[in-house]
Design a protein around this ligand. Structure first.
Ligand code: ATP
Ligand code: MG
Length: 250
């Protein structure tokens, strides 16, 4: 279990998170949605301990700690001087790169894991390219592979589909869902691609102006969400009309 307890964060006089409280259950798959600037990325960074809350806390139960969090940053954050392969290997080797200087037995294990995940994100042939030699969409897949390679128990993915065409976006979402089924990490995905995200997650959390203004399933979203959330979602996803109460005829 991971608990976000009344987290606030401001930058200067701007309140970005206004008391966010959220519990993520073991093995859960959650989609975090909301408008640009709503605080999604800063919330993920606070969970991963790469940014600090102004007040409030993040706590972990059941043997989990902040070291179990794998975060894919929205901005990618690849090391430009390392190959695709070494970027992906980085979390496995505690930063001991380049990996060709590792002892052979260690190198083999790293190689198996990196090769498997590169194949799954469709980048086997780009392993020895440098980040500057591949496309933006490929770079996003490298940073996704780097977040996934160590199979972290808590997986936070910040906009893994951004800049991808619809087919590539589906492939990435399907891969995340498949990995989630395989080893059941606590997973939270941020995406603006609601058409692909909403049907596959178990729980949808809406972060609007730094506060959680929706928390429920897709059915709940279809039936019970407020007008402002419905209008945000329905611009990007076919929600259908809200259920109309049946008025008994006499
Ligand atoms: N390091 C920073 N310094 C100053 N302001 C920041 C910083 N990081 C984030 N902010 C501000 O916090 C607010 C929330 O930003 P955040 O990146 O969390 O939004 P987001 O929901 O992830 O948006 P998007 O969907 O565009 O990625 C924005 O107004 C942003 O300008
Ligand atoms: Mg963001």
């Amino acid at each position: 279990m991971l608990r976000i307890n009344n987290v606030y964060r401001s930058f200067g006089s701007k309140e970005v998170l206004n008391g966010v409280t959220l519990t993520l259950k073991p093995a859960s798959l959650t989609g975090l949605i909301g408008p640009s600037g709503g605080g999604k990325s800063i919330l993920l960074k606070i969970i991963a301990n790469t940014a600090r809350a102004s007040s409030g806390s993040v706590t972990f139960d059941e043997g989990l700690s902040t070291a179990d969090v794998g975060l894919m940053f929205q901005e990618g954050a690849l090391f430009d001087s390392l190959s695709v392969y070494d970027n992906v290997a980085f979390p496995l080797v505690g930063g001991k790169v380049p990996t060709n200087s590792l002892p052979v037995d260690e190198r083999e294990d790293v190689c198996d894991k990196v090769s498997e995940i590169l194949a799954r994100v469709g980048l086997s042939r780009a392993a020895y390219k440098m980040p500057g030699q591949i496309s933006g969409g490929m770079r996003r897949r490298v940073s996704l592979a780097r977040a996934l390679v160590s199979r972290p128990k808590i997986l936070l993915l910040d906009d893994p589909t951004s800049g991808l065409d619809p087919v590539a976006s589906s492939v990435i979402i399907d891969l995340i869902v498949e990995l989630h089924r395989e080893y059941r990490p606590i997973t939270m995905i941020v995406s603006h691609d609601l058409r692909r995200l909403l049907p596959v997650v178990e729980r949808i959390v809406g972060l609007f102006d730094g506060a959680i203004s929706f928390d429920g399933s897709l059915d709940d979203l279809r039936q019970g969400a407020s007008a402002s959330i419905r209008s945000f979602v329905s611009c990007r996803f076919e929600l259908g009309s809200p259920a109309i109460e049946q008025v008994p005829t006499v």
